[in-house]
Design a protein around this ligand. Structure first.
Ligand code: PLP
Length: 450
């Protein structure tokens, strides 16, 4: 009897365990299989085209199949795909290090590569920890993180995470740290009114710093937008206030720019909105314009120099096989060229204004509780009752229903609970952005008011 050859959907369902995916629900549906892409559009195997409304999970910048990036990868492929950077180097990774130092907030002159956002954060935490050992001859083993923070899924990154659903079950495996209030003004955990609170959440952070002076290795923050926490946009002055406190209490600031870096907020890095230069900065996702896995942790001279010495133990004992991969570095260089040649940041302004104007209309929908935006990032929080801010019951899966509805309108988006996320590639055109917002508006209306 002829052996049944599995189709792609059958193979997928039988063998592929998907990340952050409720597999029981996934297995009960026909999978959406993406076959190819063009610009900001994705095409499935049935030939349907969709706007990539969340940049293939917040990483694509200049559109898919950008000729310049494709060509850069091919040119590098013709030379060498990979060689180790443990004790030696390669041309694109060295060039990229110089470029990153040039464009990042001042003082971040040393680039340590890794593979993804989680590992870039892991590196930052370990560097901060080792730095104090080198400097003070003793360990500072505590970090301060924020409620609703998300820094990735490796255990160090989870230790500084603050999303109950994702993180709480791993607590027995994690190191302990201090948790400061999130600047989530719509649902302030201190019960304050943002119009009069004068950033009371910073006072709480200060209290933790004052009570634990000399014990805190670093404060880790997602600058301006807590992304996976629900696109929570911090009020103006919060980030610079945190920076000021870390300086005053002699600890370090780690800025996790994994989600917000590379133009998403309207500047190259979110820290640049408040003239903040952190001690360590993690980047990934958009580093290669969403083409290939590559991440980096940027460090100051002071941190780098703490590891310089004759003693062989003065080594940062961390590194991954594909650290500084030449193909990914070539893609990143080509992406930075596009930023320069096409004035990407300037050209974003009309798109950001349009997004702001169109988002204001969403408040006409009865179940829209809060609308948050920074640059080309937006989160629309849906609630059952606007007056009381009562959420929809989780089992109703309102956010997921809206996103599935949006697919019928030719848009791929992914929610964070009941927060509808809008984070298209920077290359989206004005008319595509209009179409994306029309589809999302209609989908929210149909699901929550239909
Ligand atoms: N840090 C932030 C702020 C993120 O948003 C993410 C992912 O969404 C990460 C770290 C983890 O990145 P990765 O999924 O590449 O490990």
């Amino acid at each position: 009897m002829a052996k049944h050859v599995l189709s792609v959907p059958e193979k997928d369902k039988k063998y592929f365990w998907h990340p952050f995916t409720h597999m029981k629900s996934y297995l009960s549906q026909e999978p959406l299989i993406i076959e190819e892409a063009d610009g900001v559009m994705l095409k499935d195997v049935q030939g349907n085209w969709y706007i990539d409304g969340v940049s293939s999970l917040w990483c694509n910048l200049h559109g898919h199949r950008r000729k310049e990036i494709d060509e850069a990868i091919k040119a590098q492929l013709a030379k060498v795909a990979h060689s180790t950077t443990l004790g030696l180097t390669n041309i694109p990774a060295a060039q990229l290090a110089e470029r990153l130092a040039r464009i990042s907030p001042s003082g971040l002159n040393h680039i340590f590569y890794s593979d993804d956002g989680s590992t870039a954060v892991e590196v930052a935490l370990k560097m901060a920890f080792c730095y104090w050992q080198e400097k003070e001859g003793r360990a500072r083993a505590k970090f301060i993180s924020f409620e609703n923070a998300y820094h990735g899924d490796t255990l160090g990154a989870v230790s500084v995470g603050g999303i109950e659903l994702f993180h709480s079950r791993f607590r027995p495996l994690l190191f302990q740290n201090f948790v400061a209030p999130s600047p989530y003004c719509y649902r302030c955990s201190l019960g304050k009114d943002p119009s009069s609170c004068r950033l009371a959440c910073l006072k709480k952070l200060e209290q933790i710093l004052a009570e634990n002076k000399g014990e805190v290795a670093a404060v880790i923050i997602e600058p301006l937008v807590q992304a996976a926490g629900g696109m929570i946009v911090a009020p103006e002055g919060f980030l610079s206030g945190v920076r000021e406190l870390t300086c005053r209490y002699n600890t370090m600031l780690i800025a996790d720019e994994v989600a917000v870096g590379f133009g998403r907020t309207g500047k190259m890095f979110a820290c640049q909105w408040e003239d903040v230069s952190p001690d360590l900065m993690a980047v990934a996702k958009g580093l290669t314009a969403g083409y290939l896995p590559l991440a980096a942790t940027l460090a100051t001279d002071e941190i780098f120099e703490a590891f310089l010495g004759d003693d062989a133990r003065k080594t940062f004992f961390h590194g991954h096989t594909f650290t500084g991969n030449p193909l990914a570095s070539a893609a990143a260089l080509a992406s930075l060229d596009i930023f320069e040649k096409e004035n990407v940041l300037e050209n974003l302004r009309p798109k950001i204004s349009l997004l702001e104007k169109r988002l204001a209309q969403f408040s006409q929908l009865n179940r829209v509780g809060d609308i948050r935006q920074k640059g080309l990032i937006a989160g629309i929080e849906l609630v059952r009752d606007r007056k009381t801010k009562e959420p929809f019951p989780a089992e109703e899966k309102t956010g997921i229903k809206v996103c599935l509805k949006a697919r019928k309108h030719g848009v791929i988006i992914r929610p964070l609970g009941d927060v509808i996320v809008i984070m298209p590639p920077l290359a989206i055109s004005i008319s595509q952005l209009e179409a994306l917002l029309d589809a999302i508006y209609a989908s929210i209306e149909a699901v929550t008011e239909g």
